[in-house]
Design a protein around this ligand. Structure first.
Ligand code: UD1
Ligand code: PEP
Length: 420
């Protein structure tokens, strides 16, 4: 397993390009299963999760072709099977996103049930319940979700008990080819849901209300392929901006759409950073100052994202004062705390609340990544710690951060990858 070795104590300074969003790219890749013809997708990030989704589509008979502009062309009009095997699903939960499209376009699906993961149990009951409401016959047996549809799915009124991002995406994709009208209430409003909806509209889907909590879909009989560029990754951008603040540095992220990172930027300003924005860029400057601790509470978009919680924990760990971090989305998303304690952080966890008292100095220690954002938070902690930290099990980070060590090196970090 590769490791990252980081020599801390060097403020970040510079500019970094933000890659395409993993959480947009994954549902958009799955959406190719709905089309009668080839889809071309641009701005795909080079990430393990993207490779896994391409592999998953590939074993169903979708041959990927890369064009001269490095965009990916996928033609799913002639599938050879509708199986999402355990071996792939266990490495990437978002594989569940093929369930809705397979049932809607191909009338059957055999998708391994994703298990829990390091951050929580993460059930998919709302995906299954919604598809059943649309007329799919679904059994969960032998660890698989086995579904079939007699004719077309039927439009339905679906009220989500809990806001679910991939649940909204799965049912949105299914509804595009259903007979009649589907209303998704208490739908997720994340920018990645909006990006998917815009891609589906370019394919011929009739969707209204995406970006609000009520999405209405008029089903159509067929969808065609389209060109679509994936939006920039707001979580990757947020991670580099928090790293700038934590290291008392300055970072400008480029190719980043304005307005989708506001909950994070407000907290960076509260921490004492100067935040400036322009057309396609955001700049965070904390040079010469120590950040102030901030309190955060995670919640669905547009509130503070759970995928940025761990990174703010690292910021608070070295900040002036005490910050409270409340995690309301996932029941077990504090695994990074134990690792930060090993670096000298002062954090107490009570239920879903972590109380972080900033310390003057973290100290290097061998630490282990437990999930994607926990890994990013440990890299930030290591960049502010005194000495050389080894972050192990970084395969998690490669799921979601394109070329992380190269990008951080360009910003002045002393970081290197040690291959296994
Ligand atoms: C690929 C992708 O886009 N991943 C994102 C997506 O994950 P994902 O879509 O898996 O997360 P959800 O939005 O579904 O989860 C939100 C909450 O709903 C619960 N739930 C969800 C579905 C369900 O059927 N039943 C149920 O109880 C979950 O356990 C969790 O407590 O949104 C999360 C929350 O913003 C982000 O952290 C992930 O980065
Ligand atoms: C939790 C995340 O991803 P996934 O849903 O793919 O596990 C994440 O991106 O932080």
């Amino acid at each position: 397993m590769d490791k990252l070795i980081i020599d801390g104590g060097h403020p970040l300074d510079g500019e970094v390009w933000i890659s395409g969003a993993k959480n947009s790219a994954l549902p958009i890749l799955a959406a190719c299963l709905l089309a009668d013809g080839p889809m071309t997708i641009g701005n795909l990030p080079h990430l393990h999760d993207i490779t896994t989704m391409i592999e998953l589509l590939g074993q169903m008979g979708v041959a990927p072709v890369v064009d001269e502009k490095m965009r990916l062309e996928l033609d799913a009009s002639k599938l050879t099977n509708t199986l999402a095997p355990y071996e792939l699903v266990k490495t990437m939960r978002a594989s569940i996103l093929v369930l809705g499209p397979l049932l809607a376009r191909h009338g059957e699906a055999d998708v391994s049930l994703p298990g829990g993961c390091a951050i929580g149990t993460r059930p998919v009951n709302l995906h299954i319940q919604g598809l059943k409401q649309m007329g799919a016959d679904i059994q969960v047996e032998d660890g698989f979700i086995r579904g079939s549809v007699n004719g077309r799915l039927k439009g339905a009124h679906i009220l989500f008990d809990t806001v679910t991002v991939t649940g909204t995406e799965n049912l949105l994709m299914a509804a595009t080819l259903a007979e009649g009208t589907t209303v998704l209430e208490n739908a997720a409003r994340e920018p990645e849901v909006v990006d998917l909806a815009e891609c589906l509209i370019a394919m011929g889907a009739q969707i209204k209300g995406h970006g609000t909590d009520t999405i209405t879909v008029e089903g159509v009989e067929r969808l065609q392929g389209c060109f679509h560029d994936v939006i920039a990754d707001r979580i990757e951008a947020g991670t580099y901006l928090v790293a700038a603040a934590a290291t008392s540095g300055r970072v400008r992220v480029n190719k980043m759409r304005a307005g989708i990172l506001d909950a994070v930027l407000v907290k960076l300003e509260e921490a004492g950073a100067t935040v400036t924005q322009g057309d396609g860029w955001i700049d965070v400057d904390m040079q010469g100052r120590r950040p102030k601790a901030v309190s955060i509470k995670t919640a669905p978009y547009p509130a503070f994202p759970t995928d940025m919680q761990a990174q703010f924990m690292a910021l608070n760990a070295v900040a002036e004062g005490t910050g409270t971090v409340i995690e309301t989305i996932f029941e077990n998303r504090f695994m990074h705390v134990q690792e930060m304690l090993r670096m000298g952080a002062d954090i107490t966890v009570e239920g879903n609340t972590a109380i972080v008292k900033g310390v003057d100095q973290l100290k290097a220690a061998p630490v282990m990544a437990t999930d994607l954002r926990a890994s990013a938070s440990l890299v930030i902690a290591a960049m502010v710690a005194k000495g050389e930290t080894c972050v192990d099990r970084i395969y998690h980070i490669d799921r979601g951060y394109e070329c992380i060590e190269e990008k951080l090196q360009l910003l002045g970090a002393r970081i290197r990858r040690v291959p296994d």
